[in-house]
Design a protein around this ligand. Structure first.
Ligand code: WTA
Length: 656
């Protein structure tokens, strides 16, 4: 296995531990480790009874006939026979009681504009949006692509799709036109919802023009809806006759009443594209009832959610964290949450702390990469603000190094807030390994113990239980993916390929310590985690080889101080062609265009050849050693050992 060595070394030396603060535990939903253990044992011994009981807290048009149906494993079915609707549970369910006029979304735009939407407001706006979508012919099962900045309409659009049973696929607004087109084509989306633009670091980024380029000539897209982001004039947008219309025109005269579609438990809820080991992103399939229950319950227990909390997850709705822990989980719990549009360092490095102070945020959930950036910017940005409202901190998306964890604990949490380091994936739908904040003693850099109903193991390739090896999940859970859209074989090959197809293979390395705690050691496949964004190295490689001068390329992940991992590209050029700064610039532009700026490599190293085994397989392990400037591992299996010596020399010359 090839877990990130840096992370492994630092977490192997880590032995500090922190009990849940007693003040916190006193009022927590799960307030001690015995209570967690009892609940956990029950959830494993009687999973169906456990999940059925939890499901009673939600609204069902019709209850289930069975909790878990394994007859078509690994496509597990949860709550077969039941009918429900996510939007109903996230909005309508809260209109009967005291939550009706509670703020659902407190939104702040980057320039400082703001909006508050109560659950009642949300209901009205979502119904109008849903009726608008119906008017343009969107029906249950149709795919709708969303390419929007972090504005309230993004959440409204997600909920409107769920309300009428349309399948949303949110595309992070940093993706390029080519990436949008691939996704829209893969799922044959009928409609794209975008905006004229959005704010990022003091500038307005146009989005509609990117969508225009993406959907040009794409036959499935019959409608494009454009949200006007600001109050003033919109950014200049070209409206294509018969295809494009403004959101405000579409919703203006719609009825505020739109009944929820009664969805079958396993009806598609959304597709979310994520990176894997090939150049083609996978459309991860999530369905209705199981995902709803899993995001609801994890939000409740892992954020120890209380009605008076002000919750803030800084993720973008374009990633799974935003789906599960901005939209569905918190809203199913009737949470009040902050949504912020822009960058953490605009207009200065204290923006996040200004927001925490202004709205008295009590639960704060962010990514290690952000924490490392805050650390670097200096404590003075935090000291200038009152952060005493915070009671719980969380991290997600990548391993957190113990140093960043300790800083988060001390400087952000004032040593009084538990930290939940939540390990999970696009595919798992919600938290899998995580402390329960009032119950689990934490260790810096450790995702600790399984969530209720989750049975993990650390296995060897052969399936034996080992202390350090590959993470496996032994039992199905309600939030699990149900497939890869349109590619059942890839679903089976990717996730159920090891251990005789019995267990789910997430692609992470892990170790288990003497207390039974799980430490995530990073990916064991060719997926790299840059600032918490999952990028398949094969995606970059397939972009590079489209350049006429490029013969071959191999991209590896290397440790990066802020981003966690950075991308290091080795590129070989066709014999006789030049490699110079011009080629380097062209390759960077191709990545911007083929994937998006966030996938730019840190380094591109040109070489005449790549190290290969005698059977022609590129030895990525050696490339990683070179890219990290490390001693080279075993080179005896190489077809031509001179290649690595040459590469090493080039690396040294280029990175001096
Ligand atoms: C990594 C993000 C260590 C892991 C929710 C996983 C983590 C991938 C953690 C999924 C964590 C996520 N500690 N590693 N707490 N959380 N990861 O699909 O490698 O964008 O497989 O989902 O991120 O990334 P994805």
């Amino acid at each position: 296995m090839t877990a990130e060595p840096n992370q492994m070394e630092s977490v192997l030396l880590e032995n500090r531990h922190f009990e849940p603060p007693s003040e916190f535990a006193k009022n927590a939903l799960i307030g001690d480790s015995d209570q967690y253990r009892k609940l956990y044992e029950r959830s494993i011994k009687e999973p169906e009874a456990f999940w059925a009981e939890a499901a009673e807290e939600l609204h069902w048009f019709k209850k289930w006939d069975s909790v878990l149906d394994e007859s078509e494993a690994p496509v597990y079915k949860w709550f077969s026979g039941a009918r429900t609707n996510l939007c109903y549970n996230c909005v309508d369910r809260h209109l009967e009681g005291p939550d009706r006029n509670k703020a659902a979304i407190i939104w702040e735009g980057e320039p400082g504009d703001s909006r508050v939407l109560t659950y009642q407001d949300l209901h009205r706006e979502v119904c109008k949006f849903a009726n608008g979508l119906k008017e343009i012919g969107i029906k249950k099962g149709d795919r709708v692509a969303l390419y929007l900045p972090m504005i309230p309409e993004l959440v409204l659009a997600v909920l409107a799709c769920a309300r009428i049973g349309a399948v949303h696929t949110v595309i992070f607004a940093g993706f390029s036109a080519d990436s949008i087109r691939d996704r829209v084509n893969d799922c044959a989306a009928k409609c794209v919802i975008t905006s004229d633009g959005g704010w990022r670091r003091g500038k307005v980024l146009g989005l509609k023009n990117i969508v225009d380029e993406a959907v040009e000539g794409v036959a499935s897209v019959t409608d494009v809806v454009i949200v006007k982001r600001g109050q003033g004039d919109p950014l200049p947008c070209h409206l294509k006759e018969g295809r494009d219309r403004w959101y405000h025109d579409l919703v203006q005269d719609q009825s505020v009443d739109c009944p929820c579609e009664e969805m079958e438990a396993e009806d598609l809820l959304f597709l979310l594209y994520t990176s894997g080991t090939t150049g083609k992103p996978k459309g991860i399939v999530h369905t209705t009832a199981g995902y709803m229950l899993f995001t609801y319950l994890t939000t409740k227990y892992i954020f120890d959610y209380k009605p008076e909390d002000v919750y803030w997850c800084t993720a973008d709705v374009g990633w799974i964290t935003g789906h599960s822990y901005i939209v569905y989980g918190p809203m199913a719990n009737a949470a009040t949450q902050i949504i912020y549009e822009g960058a953490p360092n605009y207009p200065n490095n204290g923006r996040f702390w200004e927001i925490v102070e202004k709205y008295r945020v009590s639960i704060f959930y962010t990514a290690p990469t952000a924490i490392r950036a805050f650390m670097k910017w200096g404590d003075e940005w935090l000291e200038a603000h009152d952060l005493s409202s915070l009671r719980l901190l969380g991290t997600v998306g990548e391993p957190i190094n113990p140093e960043a964890w300790i800083w988060y604990h001390k400087v952000v949490g004032g040593e009084r807030c538990p930290i939940v380091d939540t390990w999970w994936q696009t595919e798992t739908g919600g938290h899998m390994l995580t402390p329960v904040p009032g119950a689990t003693a934490t260790k810096p850099g450790c995702a600790t113990l399984p969530f209720l109903g989750i049975e993990p193991a650390v296995l060897s390739e052969e399936g034996e239980e080992v202390d350090a090896g590959i993470l496996a999940i032994k039992k199905p859970w309600p939030g699990m993916l149900r497939g890869i859209y349109g590619d059942n074989q890839r679903f089976k090959d990717t996730y159920w390929c090891k251990w005789g197809g019995k267990y789910y293979f997430p692609g992470d390395g892990a170790r288990i310590d003497q207390d039974g705690y799980y430490w995530i050691l990073g990916r064991v496949d060719d997926v790299v985690n840059v600032s918490g964004h999952r990028i398949g190295t094969a995606e970059l490689e397939s972009v590079f080889v489209e350049h006429p001068d490029v013969a071959e390329s191999a991209v590896v992940g290397v440790p990066h101080e802020i981003k966690g991992q950075g991308l290091f590209a080795f590129v070989t050029v066709i014999e006789g062609r030049d490699y110079d700064e011009k080629l380097r610039a062209e390759l960077v532009t191709m990545i911007d265009k083929g994937i998006g700026k966030f996938a730019r490599p840190e380094h591109i190293l040109f070489s005449s050849d790549l190290p290969k085994t005698r059977s022609g397989k590129i030895m990525r392990r050696l490339l990683r050693d070179i890219a990290e400037g490390k001693e080279l591992g075993n080179t005896t299996t190489l077809a031509d050992p001179d290649v690595v010596r040459h590469l090493r020399k080039q690396f040294e010359e280029n990175t001096k």
